[in-house]
Write a protein that binds this ligand. Sequence first.
Ligand code: Q5B
Length: 608
Amino acid sequence: MATGQLFSKQTQALFYNYKQLPIQRMLDFDFLCGRETPSVAGIINPGSEGFQKLFFGQEEIAIPVHSTIEAACSAHPTADVFINFASFRSAAASTMAALKQPTIRVVAIIAEGVPELDTKQLIAYARANNKVVIGPATVGGIQAGAFKIGDTAGTIDNIIQCKLYRPGSVGFVSKSGGMSNEMYNTIARVTDGIYEGIAIGGDVFPGSTLSDHVLRFNNIPQVKMMVVLGELGGRDEYSLVEALKEGKVHKPVVAWVSGTCARLFKSEVQFGHAGAKSGGELESAQAKNQALREAGAVVPTSYEALEGAIRETFEKLVEEGKINAVKEVTPPQIPEDLNTAIKSGKVRAPTHIISTISDDRGEEPCYAGIPMSTIVEQGYGVGDVISLLWFKRSLPRYCTQFIEICIMLCADHGPCVSGAHNTIVTARAGKDLVSSLVSGLLTIGPRFGGAIDDAARYFKDAYDRGLTPYEFVEGMKKKGIRVPGIGHRIKRGDNRDKRVELLQRYARTHFPSVKYMEYAVQVETYTLSKANNLVLNVDGAIGSLFLDLLAGSGMFNKPEIDEIVEIGYLNGLFVLARSIGLIGHTFDQKRLKQPLYRHPWEDVLYTK
Ligand code: Q5B
């Protein structure tokens, strides 16, 4: 692998599997470094395409999303790094697919637990094709001031503290990703900072080794010294020992192999990483530290002494004039995310919606403050739910039962009424349930089913003003308004609407007062004297009885009643109820496999 630079300030990556946070962290790092182009050129999210909105500094940018690796590589031929956030199950296959793309040069595999046999095949393929694999089980790597893989180096605060927004002179390579964060900090304290840092991952077979990266750093002029953090287990460090002995490394190497404490345990101990267990004396931290020391690396006597060793090595290079002072820059401020700022109480933001009837944020949804479990456990009915969501209060049982009776009685009135007819025609035109339903619902209005609110308004006004039925009806006639709630296409004085009778009987039995309904009946008596079809219809019955419910239940004050009548809640009862029937008609037509409806010519009067 030992060429040189893996990344630059122009490097762009393809990111496999959409993970909002690590991508945003890469883009924030880009902004901090003053990159002109985002380091993520495209996202591969198997099976979906489009764009993902993310921030590049203060601006929102749309990053293309591709459904396949091939599509992403051909759309972004200059993106040569592949950051693989696939699970351990699919990491090998997706890595191999990426390595096979001519445009991809470096692949970082984040997943832990990739089968070792698969990793070996990936390594063999990458070596044969001159490509670099970082990982598996890695956090990635970073070139200070230029390019960062995923979550490497953690939060923006940490990156700023470790001065990773501008290059220093130290090449760092470690097995552990967590420890590399620690070391970025240490190195920033005692040197001019990191030039490049790589975590090779803690698996037994890493895609690239400690010595691979040290030899590569050796060829990068900006890197003046190397820091290596190995760990017990495996023999990777010995290839570095060989390279040092063979004189292939010309820059100072400060090294430490952690895990010296393993000897304190009586039996073999598996540390955090798959590869971190001492298989024998040669693989112990002590043996590897000794070998590195003998090969010429600066190896301290303990981890605590590592910081001092790095400082001394760095200061010596400065004294020798091999390191020039780094030009310090002040990184730009990354705007804080609104949600984070709100959570910390730093800012407040106005809401865009106000809602008072339900709340789904807690453990369980609540309707007007009543938890769902109470609604189920205490046997609430649909009428109770309507009371809570429409009127924001629990109404007495006789009221909620009345609501339920209205729903049941208005659920359907056969296939010939306007709404059902439209629904049937729509369903037969091959449309879906929602289209068929709404085409029927859209017929509900002042003539069909939607006269309840107007009936309530006019009856209330007439009754409250003390108008006689004669004065009311004739007054309406003068204004050219048909009395809402009066009249029906098929019901007559001698063929009354059973629904109206049922509602009246219920209310007379259960309501404390039915004064508005009795007034409506007097109006009907008068209209029937004019024409036999001018009966009190179902809309008129519900409209007048709901006035009685509002006024007689003691649950609403006068302004509330006026508001309900003015806003017009009551057509909602018909809309809700008739939806049940219209859905039934849709299913019925589909079940009967009815063909496209065409109205017969004979039933149309063609005239000029
Ligand atoms: N005339 C319902 O009319 C209908 C009059 C009136 C004074 C009136 C009509 C009307 C008010 C709206 C209303 C709800 C259009 C009805 C429903 C649900 C349904 C439906 C179902 C279900 C019927 C003949 C003569 C004319 C008119 C006069 C009629 N209504 N005068 N006030 N309200 N009502 N809608 O039969 O002198 O000859 O010119 O608009 O409450 O929709 O089952 O079908 O569950 O699905 O077409 O029950 O009453 O009568 O227009 O031929 O008029 O009566 O001025 O007088 P018709 P028309 P004139 S329940």
